[in-house]
Design a protein around this ligand. Structure first.
Ligand SMILES: [Fe+2]
Ligand SMILES: [Fe+2]
Length: 340
C-alpha cells in the first residue's frame, strides 16, 4: 500500500495521520504567534461613526449602540484580539439600555460625558470620564442616561474567549430596568480597606467602580518614583475581593508616560488593547509605528516587541486591557525584555 492510499483511506473514516495536513509537526523550534496584527483606530473615525449611528440606530433596533474595534488580521472580523472584544458605546440623553446579563465578563471605561449611570446587580454607579466599572459575568446590568449630554464609554469583554469555549449565555431581565437595591457606593464600603471578614468562600467577583479621581491621584503621586522600564508609571486595577488581577479572564491597567519618557522594548505572550485617555505618543510594535493621540485605540498582539514614546512635554495616559491573567492562570505567560 502506498502512503497516499493510506491517507485517503483514513480521510474516508474522518481520521488523519500526524504526518499530513496543516498541523504543526513539532520537529522545529516554534515561537508564539498570532493572526492579530498591530493596529490603530483613530478617535476621529470612531467618533464620526458614533455620531452617524446616533441618528440612524435606536435601542429598539439594536440592544446597544456600539461600534466594535475589528482587528483586520483576525478571520472572524469581530474582535480586536483573539481573547478580548472592545467596542465604543454611545447613550443619548433619556435613553435606557435595558437590563440583561451574560456569561461574558465586561468593563466600562468612561471616555466622554458625565453623570449618566450604569446599574450592576442593584447598585447604581455614576459615570464620569476615567471611571472604570466592573460588570462581572452573570451580573445584571443596565445603563441610563439621565443627563442633557451624550455619554460615551469603552466596553471591554471576554466574548472571543467565551465564544471559543462554547459557553455564551444571555438572559433578559423581566423589566427594562432593574430595581436599585443598595445605597450609593455600597461596594466601596464592602470592599474598602476596612471590610467585613469573609467567612465563606465567594466565587463571584463583585461589581465595582474605580473612580478617576482616585486613579489619577495615584498616578500623579507615583510619577515621582522610578516607574517600570517597559511601561512608565503603570498601575494595575486590583480585584477588590481577591487582591489579584482585575478579573479572572482579563486585567485592566492604566499608565502614565511622563514628558519625553521613552520606555525599553519587551514582549510577552499576552494581547493588549490600549486607549489613549490623555496626551499623545508613539508605540512601536515590531516595524510598525502607531502614532496615537487622545481618544485613539490600538492593539499590541502577543509576543511582538514593543515600546512606548511620549514625544511631548505633556504627560500621556494610556488605559489598557490585557489577557495576562488568563494566560498566567493557565501557565502560558512568558515575558522578556529586549537586550540593549
Ligand atoms: Fe451587556
Ligand atoms: Fe507590554
Amino acid at each position: 500500500m502506498k502512503l497516499e492510499e493510506l491517507d485517503r483511506l483514513l480521510a474516508e473514516k474522518n481520521l488523519a495521520g500526524f504526518w499530513t495536513g496543516n498541523v504543526t509537526g513539532f520537529d522545529q523550534n516554534i515561537e508564539p504567534s498570532s493572526p492579530a496584527v498591530p493596529y490603530l483606530w483613530k478617535w476621529a473615525d470612531i467618533y464620526d461613526g458614533l455620531m452617524k449611528a446616533r441618528e440612524l440606530v435606536n435601542l429598539a433596533m439594536s440592544e446597544r449602540r456600539t461600534l466594535r474595534l475589528v482587528n483586520p488580521g483576525l478571520p472572524e472580523k469581530l474582535f480586536a484580539t483573539p481573547t478580548i472584544h472592545i467596542s465604543v458605546q454611545l447613550v443619548r440623553p433619556g435613553e435606557l439600555a435595558r437590563a440583561h446579563r451574560h456569561s461574558m465578563t465586561a468593563i466600562r471605561f468612561v471616555v466622554k460625558g458625565s453623570g449618566a449611570f450604569t446599574t450592576v446587580e442593584g447598585e447604581r454607579f455614576t459615570m464620569r470620564p476615567g471611571d472604570l466599572i466592573l460588570t462581572p459575568n452573570w451580573s445584571w446590568h443596565d445603563h441610563y442616561n439621565n443627563t442633557e449630554e451624550d455619554i460615551i464609554w469603552l466596553d471591554g469583554h471576554d466574548g472571543p474567549l467565551v465564544k471559543a469555549l462554547d459557553v455564551i449565555a444571555v438572559e433578559m431581565f423581566n423589566q427594562r430596568q432593574q430595581p436599585i437595591e443598595t445605597i450609593p457606593d455600597f461596594s466601596l464600603y464592602q470592599y474598602g480597606m476596612a471590610r467585613p471578614y469573609e467567612t465563606k468562600p465567594n466565587f463571584f467577583d463583585p461589581p465595582f467602580k474605580y473612580s478617576w479621581e482616585q486613579t489619577y491621584g495615584s498616578l500623579r503621586a507615583l510619577a515621582m518614583t522610578e516607574g517600570d522600564p517597559y511601561d512608565g508609571v503603570l498601575l494595575r486595577y486590583i480585584n477588590p475581593r481577591t487582591g489579584g488581577p482585575t478579573l479572572r479572564t482579563f486585567g485592566c491597567e492604566i499608565q502614565m508616560l511622563r514628558p519625553n519618557e521613552r520606555t525599553k522594548s519587551h514582549r510577552h505572550t499576552s494581547h493588549t488593547i490600549y486607549h489613549a485617555f490623555a496626551g499623545s505618543g508613539c508605540t512601536t510594535v515590531g516595524d510598525h509605528d502607531l502614532n496615537w493621540s487622545q481618544g485613539d485605540c490600538f492593539t499590541v498582539p502577543s509576543w511582538q516587541w514593543h515600546r512606548h514614546d511620549n514625544l511631548t512635554e505633556d504627560e500621556a495616559i494610556l488605559f489598557s486591557i490585557t489577557d495576562r491573567p488568563l494566560k498566567q492562570s493557565l501557565g502560558f505567560y512568558r515575558e522578556e525584555g529586549r537586550p540593549d
